[in-house]
Design a protein around this ligand. Structure first.
Ligand SMILES: C[S@@+](CC[C@H](N)C(=O)[O-])C[C@H]1O[C@@H](n2cnc3c(N)ncnc32)[C@H](O)[C@@H]1O
Length: 259
């Protein structure tokens, strides 16, 4: 990676990762978390992946919704510091050794560690947009397309893939307005506002990079087309996160699952 203005990536940085650890305190994110976990229905003995897992709020949801009976949840994230959050989460939830795992790396590097058809469920929260690919000096969607195809490859025939992704040109102002609802009734309003601001200041970077095609905030139609191309003909899309993100549920058909 060449570190210049054109390619600087804040996601692997500890400071950026830790700023997003507070995301679950924001009402729009809490709604998104609820809307996403409501679609998962994890079962005993299942194997799950959480792509771009951050501190692991969706991993926690899977574990709790299954009453701790899933076989394994692996969080994959490009920020190594999230390993600390996973260690803590594993202790808090009293998970068995190896039941909650963290892999530091890019989506594709993480997915390639799994055999075809070996995963029952994949979840991802506001992360897949950041699959970046610079080809001959131009940003392309190739990494996102390959990530979606890898998700299809690793999923078992009855597997499900649930993810959230920001809408095109997300109105961060709307999210911020909804974050401010009831702020003064919070025990520590100042602390809450500082945490919200730490996340908010990455918004300009994300939107700017999406405009030039580095990150991918896609329309529902574009998402459907990409998912169909990756082998997910069954797709359900709903709005959440103050109307600024889609929650997407996909299932591979038996025909489209790699042997
Ligand atoms: C907006 S945060 C969401 C975190 C978490 N899913 C949640 O819901 O709180 C996006 C996450 O995607 C991760 N990420 C960004 N690009 C990535 C990549 N290419 N491969 C793996 N993780 C990535 C970031 O490190 C960050 O943790």
């Amino acid at each position: 990676m060449i570190w210049n203005r054109r390619t600087t990536n804040y996601w692997p940085d500890t400071k950026c990762a830790k700023a997003f650890w507070s995301q679950h305190e924001l009402p729009p994110y809490r709604q998104l978390l609820a809307d996403t976990t409501a679609r998962l229905a994890p079962q005993a003995g299942e194997r799950w992946l959480d792509l771009g897992c951050g501190r692991g709020m969706l991993t926690k949801g899977i574990f709790q919704d299954s009453c701790g009976t899933v076989a394994e949840i692996t969080g994959i994230d490009i920020a190594p510091v999230n390993a600390q959050a996973y260690d803590k989460l594993s202790r808090e939830l009293k998970a068995q050794p190896g039941q909650i795992r963290f892999v530091a790396g890019d989506f594709l590097d993480g997915l390639r560690q799994f055999a075809s058809g070996s995963v029952d469920g994949i979840v991802s929260g506001l992360a897949l947009s950041y699959a970046e690919s610079l080809v001959d000096g131009r940003w392309t969607t190739s990494a996102l397309d390959r990530t979606l195809a890898e998700c299809r490859r690793v999923l078992a025939p009855r597997g499900r893939f649930v993810f959230s992704i920001n809408v095109p040109e997300p109105a961060w102002g709307t999210v911020a307005r909804d974050c401010l609802t009831g702020v003064w009734s919070r025990p520590r309003p100042h602390r809450y506002l500082v945490k919200a601001w730490r996340i908010w200041r990455y918004g300009g970077w994300l939107k700017r990079e999406a405009r030039r095609g580095r990150f991918h905030y896609l329309s529902a139609e574009a998402l459907r087309a990409k998912l169909l191309a990756a082998g997910f003909p069954e797709v359900d899309i709903a709005l959440s996160f103050s109307g600024q993100a889609y929650v997407v549920t996909c299932r591979p058909t038996a025909r489209s699952v790699a042997a």
